[in-house]
Design a protein. Sequence first.
Length: 319
Amino acid sequence: MYEEERMDPSFFACNFNFSDRGSGCAGEKESAADEDAAALSPVFSWSLPCGVSGFRSRLSFLGADEKAGGVHGSLLCHAGPAVGRLNLATAKFALLPVIYFPAPDRILQVFVKDFNLLLSCIAYSYSLLAISWILGVSVGIATGAWLGFSKRADYWLWPFIKALGPIPPVAWIPLALVIFPTMYSGSVFLIFLSIWFPTASLTLAGIRNVNKSYFEVAETLGASHWDQVFRVAIPAAMPDIFMGVFTGTCMSFVVLVTAEMMGAKYGLGWYVNWQKEMMAYSNVYAGLILIAGSFCLFMELMFKLRNRVLAWQKGVIKW
């Protein structure tokens, strides 16, 4: 009797739980709960964006002013009816292919079911991005400052950097797989390249554009060579440096997701690629939402840092 029960597919569905690795096979109780949640999906899909919009407009998320908060809140409130129409087109009338366009409530359920896995993927992606970002920005600024103050380095090294820098970082993937012992270290190298070159080139451009009279006045006042670098050149070149950092950061997001799709065991890019192979498109859309939201938050924090560092140029630089 056990053999007959074991051959029944429902035996595997009820006795093996793959939820730790994503949206695997769920039990009957869980599916009943999903049906109850789906019944409320039209109301929930409309009310969630409006609730977020009200919260956003009143608390002014991340220090934005009331005008900006009201604009974002209005956009989110208008998104509510759009989500409701999408819910009708998918869950109610099935006007779109169900396998590729799941209902919004099924996407929302992924955040509950795969909460721990998604949290691990976010932590993995951001740890990889943080290490690469810090290395890329610090080495990029140092390289640009070195080229800007050393005529010999500018003469011998800048032509090679100018020739190799524009190569897309993803083109180095075959070489990274051969040189580096792990995919993690290879991913750090690829993301580092995507940030390093824009930061170095725009730091060099910013230092070259500094008014020469600044250095003459500093030298007259007794400033040493390093004082001219750290107290004159780099502060004056900060607008260009931030432009390079922003450019490199946007490129790093693309390289991060691509590198995780190549062979990582965790990460948002890995999660989206894995769920795509499993044809679980509700999980794919949930991963894309997390990628967009987390990266927008990262860029918002960078804008706050830029505004604080360049507070002395407020009203002069237009972003």
